[in-house]
Structure formats: structure tokens, C-alpha cells
Design a protein. Structure first.
Length: 354
């Protein structure tokens, strides 16, 4: 099962909003005879690849799969049909699929057809693998990645606002790789004004992320890279009122006027309706602070450079209100520390929320 989970990882960035799935087939005496993974959205599922690789050797054998096989006609036929046709005698699934058109139905079909079914092996690992998919199903909102680079004394820029470059070349390369598997990259008006970012993945990754700008007032530059490239790579501007943004619309940007309902939560809800699964917050202290105050970040990527900037007025990563008691501090789970050139890459997850 852990090998199947490793196979499923190969689909990261290519299969969303579908889940990542890996599958392995053992023959009737337990010998490995086939493997597969879901390789791209709309393409064959992991089970189909694994069963095709196994051929007739699958008959009477075992299918090990990281997620309950689908039982409905979507972009591809039901995997349960392929499993029964192949003559699989036993299915071991890491977890059931909460997608409403499956939700235990695939397992029931297999059991009713006489297939021995086991569920729950390495379930925690399988849940962690597809946490973004599961969150989108559960809440209607995407998985939120928060990213920043800071100096050793916790600054994201000097007191004059200069921030290029705090992190080194290797860290910036990792950020572009991260961008390449996102559905959206989100910044605030301040970042557009100060940095004039392009917000693309260079070189391109598995996905092309929409560039998202949050500006309640609609005050955005007349000239900037985002506006100039809006016909090449999607740009979405969320605002309270769209009156000031007609030029952006004319240049190819999509403007979403939310009125008084303009909040981070309503923005994330709209991105969820678009079936965006992973979004990356790359804003400055104000936007990142609002994410922290809203308890909205699910996964954090922090690059710490061995540099000291100093300055009482040099910004730190998180603005906003913050907490009043140390006991309320956000303590990350599954934290790892990894060298990134001269920097340290800190990666962790917010505690699991219900």
C-alpha cells in the first residue's frame, strides 16, 4: 500500500481536481504483476493502468489501491467494471471515497459481486495524500498554501521595502516548482504596487495557475505585468466594486465584484466553486496576516535566509491582529527542515481541522 501511495504522488499537479490514486496488482499467489497511477485529469484511472499491465495474471489476484474504486460514469467508465471484468478476487483499499457519486458505492458493488474487500490499510497516509481533494469536497474551499521568505531575524523586507532577494536561487527555484502545481497564486494590492510581480512558474509546471489579486478598493496600477499579460495567463481580480477596473477587464482580466461580502472567506468559496484544489498565498504581511487571523492556511512553506536586516519598521511576515496569549499560538504538525542552498526550507501543516 505504501508503494501504491508513492505511485499516486506521481500525479500531483496533473490530476486535480480529481484525487491522486495509485494501484498495484498481485497475482493469485501474491506476486507483483502490475502497477499504475492516475496520470492526468480526464485520463484512465490508476486501477485501469494496473489491470492492463497485469493482463490475465490479475485473475484471482489482489488489487491494492489508495482510494475506493469509482462506480460511476464520469470522464471514464467505472473502475468497478474493470475490476470485475479482470477477475480480481480481493480488493484492499486505503480509504473510502467521500465523493457523493461514490461514497461507499464502489465497495458495495464489489462486495455484492463476491469480491473480498478490505478498507483502512494505511488510511492516515492516504488521507494526508489527498487532503486538498478531501477539503474541497468537505468545505467547498481549496487547500491554502502560505509561502514567504524571511531573514534570520524574521523580516520580509528592509525598512525601505526592498525585498529582492532575501532568499537564494535554490529557494526561488523551489517556489517556481510550487507555483507549477497550483490552481491559483494570490496576492494583495500592496504586492502588485511594490513588486510588480508576474506570478508565473518558470519553467512551466504541470498546471497554469490563475493570478489572483485582492483589492477591496479596486485601486490597482494602470501599468503592470499582471495586466499586460492577462490575455496570456488568467488574471482574476476580487474587489468590492468594479467601477475602477474597466481597463483591466478590457485587457483580459476577470473582475469579480463581491460588494460588502468581500472577505477572504468569500474569495476562497468562489475559487472552490471553480474547483480550484490548491491555491498559494504569496502576498505581503497584510494579506498573510489576514490568512493567519482567519485560521485559513493549511500548509506553510517558509524559506529562512542566513541574513540579518534589523529595523523596528522592517516588516515581518504576518501582520493582522495576531494572538494575545502564547497558548493560542499556531503550532504546526509534520514539520520538516531542509537545506535550500544557503537557506533553510521549513515545511509544515496546520493542525487538522474538523
Amino acid at each position: 500500500m505504501r508503494q501504491a501511495i508513492a505511485l499516486a504522488e506521481l500525479g500531483r499537479g496533473y490530476v486535480e481536481p480529481n484525487p491522486m490514486v495509485g494501484a498495484i496488482v498481485l497475482d493469485s499467489v501474491g506476486q507483483f504483476v502490475g502497477e499504475g497511477w492516475h496520470q492526468k485529469f480526464g485520463g484512465p484511472h490508476a486501477e485501469v493502468f494496473a489491470l492492463e499491465a497485469a493482463g490475465e495474471r490479475a485473475r484471482g489476484g489482489t488489487l491494492i489501491v489508495t482510494l475506493e474504486p469509482c462506480c460511476h460514469h464520469g470522464k471514464t467508465p467505472p473502475c468497478t467494471d474493470a475490476i470485475l471484468k479482470a477477475g480480481i478476487a480481493r480488493v484492499v483499499a486505503a480509504m473510502s471515497d467521500p465523493f457523493p457519486r461514490v461514497a461507499g458505492g464502489g465497495l458495495a458493488i464489489l462486495r455484492n459481486a463476491g469480491v473480498e474487500v478490505h478498507v483502512g490499510l494505511c488510511e492516515a497516509e492516504a488521507v494526508a495524500l489527498n487532503a486538498p481533494y478531501l477539503k474541497l469536497l468537505r468545505t467547498g474551499q481549496p487547500w491554502v498554501h502560505a509561502k514567504w521568505a524571511m531573514s534570520l531575524d524574521g523580516k520580509i523586507a528592509t525598512h525601505t521595502g526592498d525585498s529582492k532577494w532575501i532568499s537564494g536561487e535554490e529557494s526561488r527555484k523551489r517556489v517556481h516548482e510550487l507555483r507549477g502545481r497550483m490552481d491559483a497564486i494570490i496576492v494583495g494590492r500592496g504586492t502588485v504596487d511594490a513588486d510588480n510581480p508576474l506570478l508565473t512558474a518558470r519553467p512551466p509546471g504541470a498546471r497554469v495557475a490563475s493570478r489572483v489579486v485582492l483589492s477591496a478598493s479596486g485601486d490597482l496600477p494602470e501599468r503592470c505585468q499582471l495586466r499586460a499579460t492577462a490575455r496570456e495567463v488568467p488574471v482574476i481580480v476580487y474587489t468590492e466594486h468594479s467601477a475602477k477596473l474597466s481597463g483591466w477587464v478590457a485587457d483580459g482580466a476577470e473582475v469579480v465584484a463581491l460588494g460588502p461580502a468581500f472577505t477572504l472567506d468569500t474569495v476562497l468559496a468562489d475559487l472552490g466553486r471553480r474547483r480550484f484544489t490548491n491555491v498559494l498565498i504569496e502576498g505581503g504581511a497584510k494579506l498573510l496576516g489576514s490568512v493567519f487571523d482567519a485560521n485559513a492556511a493549511d500548509e506553510l512553506h517558509v524559506f529562512v535566509a542566513p541574513k540579518l536586516l534589523g529595523g523596528c519598521h522592517s516588516p515581518s511576515p504576518l501582520g493582522g491582529t495576531g494572538i494575545s496569549r502564547m497558548v493560542d499560538a499556531l503550532s504546526l504538525d509534520r514539520v520538516t527542515f531542509e537545506p535550500s542552498g544557503p537557506d533553510v526550507y521549513v515545511h509544515g501543516f496546520a493542525p487538522t481541522r474538523g
